[in-house]
Write a protein that binds this ligand. Structure first.
Ligand code: 9Z3
Length: 323
């Protein structure tokens, strides 16, 4: 495989990416859902403040190698960070647009076993099914909390698979959230492909073994964080993530991303310790956030979302408007 660097301006790279991407299947339905969701959460609260809405991205994007895709390049992410964070954002009073990779971890399902349907239920004598005693509390909590969030209009779930779907959907979400000004937050935990094969250069059928599999020409994915900041939702509070396996370069890379993409915070995490500790890199300081080990059910996302929620509130206040 080989990779090329785009030397054109970002806007033309982004345009080329979107023009050549296979169009999203259900743009109209997604837009309608977004409009409804944002409208539902846009009326002022009793204290005169506006509800805050966060877009949480979660899971890894795929970069297909064939148009009728059999093989693809994947980005590592189980979706645990995004799903867990969604629960804490809901607890903190946010409405959440959860943009997730199909098949990745889901909010409220973390305490269920790997195969919840088959492991949580058992047949009864008369061939009905009932919840297994061992899981009855966990199943009840998951179903009740999920139902409350969705029917209360506080959680909108939108799935993606490919980098093409992800970036088109992120653009739709961001431009729909622009009207919220600083009350919008982006929490970009998804692991996004750095390279892709443009649709027009992609072979249609499954690449045969022994043929051109190793000749695939990869192109750099345009840095859409800049588009988000500059064009799609310029007033939103933006938090991106930086993942490294070498802790020696992590903080420096996060600081570079903070400046380059004009983020409000970059959450730096190292692959093996990501569930224990993250560092929130901001312009003023680096804040170490750790999981509280004294309770088993505690997650690093609990203090992380509390911190980001406080920072977001200050950002809204500084911007001088509730909306
Ligand atoms: C992250 O760094 C996430 O925290 C993880 C979460 C993917 C590590 P899990 O889903 O893991 O709980 O298993 N996400 C961003 C990864 C990423 O691709 N960042 C890009 C980079 O590091 C910037 S967008 O260059």
């Amino acid at each position: 495989m080989d990779a090329t660097n785009g030397s054109q301006p970002l806007e033309s790279q982004a345009k080329a990416f979107f023009d050549s991407a296979p169009p999203l299947q259900n743009t109209h339905q997604i837009t309608q859902k977004l409009v409804q969701f944002i409208q539902h959460n846009s009326s002022p609260l009793e204290n005169g403040d506006f509800k805050r809405i966060v877009c949480v991205t979660s899971g890894g994007t795929t970069a297909p190698l064939e148009q009728r895709c059999v093989r693809y390049v994947d980005n590592f992410s189980s979706g645990h960070r995004g799903a867990t964070s969604t629960e804490y954002f809901l607890k903190a009073g946010y409405a959440v647009i959860f943009l997730y990779r199909r098949g990745s971890f889901q909010p409220f399902c973390r305490s269920l076993p790997d195969d919840p349907l088959l492991e949580c239920f058992k047949p009864t004598d008369d061939l009905n099914i009932q919840v297994h005693e061992a899981y009855s509390e966990a199943v009840k909590r998951a179903v009740v909390d999920h139902h409350a969030a969705v029917t209360g209009g506080l959680l909108l779930k939108l799935p993606f698979n490919t980098i093409f779907e992800y970036l088109q959907m992120l653009q739709l979400v961001a431009t729909s959230m622009r009207c919220l000004g600083p009350c919008a937050m982006f929490y970009l935990a998804a692991a996004v492909s750095d390279f892709y094969v443009p649709w027009k250069d992609m072979v249609e059928h499954k690449i045969q073994s022994g043929s051109h599999l190793l000749d695939v020409q990869l192109v750099e994915v345009p840095k859409m964080l800049s588009m988000l900041r500059k064009d799609w939702a310029p007033l939103a509070f933006c938090v991106s993530f930086k993942l490294e396996t070498d802790s020696n370069i992590l903080l420096n890379k996060a600081a570079i991303a903070l400046e380059k993409y004009k983020m409000d915070a970059v959450v730096a995490n190292e692959l093996t310790t990501r569930k224990e500790q993250v560092v929130v890199v901001t312009r003023g300081e680096n804040i170490i956030v750790q999981r509280d080990n004294s309770h088993s059910g505690n997650d690093v996302e609990n203090p992380l979302i509390k911190l980001l929620s406080v920072r977001h509130a200050a950002y809204i206040k500084d911007s001088g408007s509730g909306k």
